[in-house]
Ligand binder design. Structure first.
Ligand SMILES: NC(=O)c1ccc[n+]([C@@H]2O[C@H](COP(=O)([O-])OP(=O)(O)OC[C@H]3O[C@@H](n4cnc5c(N)ncnc54)[C@H](OP(=O)(O)O)[C@@H]3O)[C@@H](O)[C@H]2O)c1
Length: 204
């Protein structure tokens, strides 16, 4: 069985997008800074199955390759799905995505769609994603889903691409937790260009 883990770009002050995200600015005001590291290095990484070419550090390229190979399914909230218009048709990692929401957008329901819309709760979405992922990992996002996974004890690992910026506001990754302290074990640190990849295991 793979892990359930996050994989989000996060500012040093804990935001995954800037203020006022919406159709005009899916990452919010200033939020594009969170993605600048994808073109801040000197090593080319071509994401298989897409025309996306990233310029990152050699260590980050290796890490991105590993992430692609070990991710079997994703669970995302409906806001991210809507803001990205379903990542233009399929997620860049080219794995099934389980979209948690209050309704099903019928225009996205068709034979062979990579998206499954889940309206019966977080546990159901994570269960379905795990079943599809098999030995591989399930990536979860965005903030509302991560917070619920932590509260429900479903999250095994926090991975964050820590971006060297203070955004000052926006969607906070660890808002609304309402739990006591949660101890973490740092399992990996990778220094990239304009980013530090950090991985922590949740102590259960
Ligand atoms: N930095 C990064 O790497 C990164 C990556 C992805 C996204 N983002 C950003 O993250 C932001 C979106 O995150 P977010 O936390 O605001 O929203 P989100 O998690 O993407 O989606 C929230 C929505 O998911 C649905 N939902 C959540 N829990 C549910 C449950 N238990 N049952 C049924 N439906 C549920 C609800 O949709 P309904 O309204 O349908 O009920 C809710 O409004 C955007 O700014 C996006 O650009 C950043």
């Amino acid at each position: 069985m793979g892990k359930v883990r996050t994989g989000l770009s996060v500012s040093l002050d804990g935001f995954i997008s800037g203020p006022n995200d919406g159709p005009e600015a899916p990452m919010g005001v200033g939020g594009e800074r969170l993605l600048a590291w994808y073109s801040a290095g000197d090593t080319e990484y071509r994401l298989p199955g897409t025309d996306m070419v990233f310029m990152v550090s050699a260590q980050t390229a290796e890490f991105l390759k590993e992430t692609r190979e070990t991710t079997g399914a994703l669970v995302f909230g409906r806001r991210t799905f809507d803001l990205t218009h379903g990542w233009g048709g399929k997620h860049p990692l080219d794995v099934p995505v389980f979209v948690l929401g209050g309704s099903v957008p019928q225009e996205w329901v068709y034979e062979g769609s990579p998206f499954t819309f889940v309206t019966d709760g977080l546990e159901s979405a994570v269960e379905q994603a795990k079943a599809v992922a098999g030995d591989k990992d399930v990536g979860v996002g965005a903030a509302s889903i991560v917070q619920q996974c932590i509260k429900a004890g479903l999250l095994d690992e926090i991975h964050m691409d820590l971006v060297h910026v203070l955004l000052g506001g926006g969607v906070s990754l660890f808002d609304h937790l309402g739990t006591g302290p949660i101890d973490l074990e740092r399992t990996r640190v990778i220094e990239g260009a304009g980013v530090t990849h950090l991985t922590f295991r949740l102590m259960k």
